[in-house]
Design a binder for this molecule. Structure first.
Ligand SMILES: Cc1cc2nc3c(=O)[nH]c(=O)nc-3n(C[C@H](O)[C@H](O)[C@H](O)COP(=O)(O)O)c2cc1C
Length: 362
């Protein structure tokens, strides 16, 4: 990837800003700009924003889930499912002082191919893929333009499929991870594709020949050192970077990360239709208790966008998706992104140099 240090900042839709990506790059790591649902002209502006702040390599991320690339047709939303979803959301609306709604969500915009065109035209150094397996033609097109491709998998079998598609590196995403679980087909339950980082990383390392990056629950230098011990070439951190000064997350979300413990996360599909690890809140708990179904990917989010927006406006995390991994209990401050890179690397060096003295395996 052309970076100096084995540390990547995760792409985080709505959270990772061009300033964060540039700061991580300038500190020697790889920053990844989220591109999901960003219109092409805006994506181009953000890429140029990074370049105005840094001349280091960076990546741009897209989600290639089978329900998003291309988007699932709106006709897949049945009247009955919509009625049940809106009935639960209307309870949340009443709490937030919003009028009830029975509206169908708008169509999920089909922006992936236009975004890939921007990535290729702008010669972005690295194309990062979450929740999807790229077509060989897309990988070849990137390689022809001198662009490296990195993609994320949550099982060894999926990692093998990614390797066969020709990607240059693979992120092994353990189930501790904050945000969406990286599968390209929605699994029957949240119990599926839920392998912890400690068990997943060595299996992916054994399964593929390309470099592997460990992700999920890693927030400090001990985690990075452990990832390297498992055979990974580096670590990708998400939640740790939500609680930084450059993060665009609302203040109540950053405060929750600092205050809440690792027992506070749950895996829910109630926010977007796909399974994601978030901080437990009234939205996740009351939705689960209702027994209501969820709509296809992102259609679920668009159906309740007014709820999320009102919760944010009111400065409340009660009805807002606060994506967080199980490392959240170790986050207790709000540093600059570059300081995260520096402190994680310094701590990892310390851990690795002290290990031989602390361990006697005979
Ligand atoms: C707030 C947030 C938003 C995320 N958005 C994306 C995204 O847009 N694309 C993606 O590929 N992964 C996304 N992820 C998942 C990360 O790529 C990564 O797997 C995860 O953050 C690693 O676990 P950790 O949060 O415990 O460090 C997101 C994670 C978080 C916490």
């Amino acid at each position: 990837m052309g970076i100096e240090q084995p540390l990547l900042q995760a792409p985080m839709a709505g959270v990772a800003t061009p300033e964060m990506v540039a700061a991580v790059g300038n500190a020697g790591g790889l920053g990844v700009l989220p591109g999901v649902l960003v219109p092409p002209e805006e994506l181009r502006a953000r890429i140029r924003g990074i370049r105005s702040l840094s001349d280091r390599p960076f990546a741009v991320n897209l989600l290639l889930h089978t329900e998003l690339y291309p988007p699932a047709p709106a006709s897949r939303v049945s009247d009955e499912a919509l009625r049940q979803v809106q009935a639960v959301l209307n309870r949340f609306r009443a709490t937030l002082g919003l009028p009830p709604s029975d509206e169908r969500p708008p169509a999920v915009p089909d922006l992936v191919d236009a975004a890939i065109d921007v990535i290729v035209a702008e010669k972005v150094p690295v194309f990062s893929i979450g929740l999807g397996k790229p077509p060989r033609t897309v990988v070849d097109r990137c390689h022809a333009g001198g662009i490296k491709v990195i993609a994320m998998a949550a099982t060894p079998a999926d990692a093998l499929e990614l390797a066969e598609s020709g990607v240059d590196a693979i992120v092994a995403q353990g189930s501790e991870a904050g945000g969406h679980r990286s599968t390209w087909v929605k699994r029957p339950s949240r119990e599926h594709a839920a392998i912890g980082t400690l068990a997943l990383v060595p299996q992916v390392v054994d399964a593929v020949r390309v470099p592997v990056v460990a992700a999920g629950g890693i927030v400090d230098g001990r985690g990075l050192a452990a990832a390297l011990a498992l055979g990974a070439s580096g670590a990708l951190l998400g939640t740790r970077f939500v609680a930084t000064r450059e993060s665009a997350a609302p203040a109540f979300y950053k405060r929750s990360l600092i205050e809440r413990d690792s027992d506070a996360t749950t895996v829910s599909d109630a926010f977007t239709g796909l399974y994601a690890r978030v901080l437990r809140n009234p939205f996740t708990e009351e939705y689960a208790a209702s027994g209501a179904p969820v709509l296809p990917a992102i259609a679920q989010q668009l159906a309740g966008l007014d709820v999320l927006a009102a919760s944010e406006r009111q400065g409340s995390g009660d009805y807002y998706p606060m994506y967080a991994g199980q490392g959240v209990g170790m986050i207790r401050d709000l540093p600059a992104a570059a300081d995260v890179v520096r402190s994680v690397l310094a701590e990892a060096r310390g851990v690795l140099s002290r290990l031989p003295q602390g361990v006697d395996l005979g």
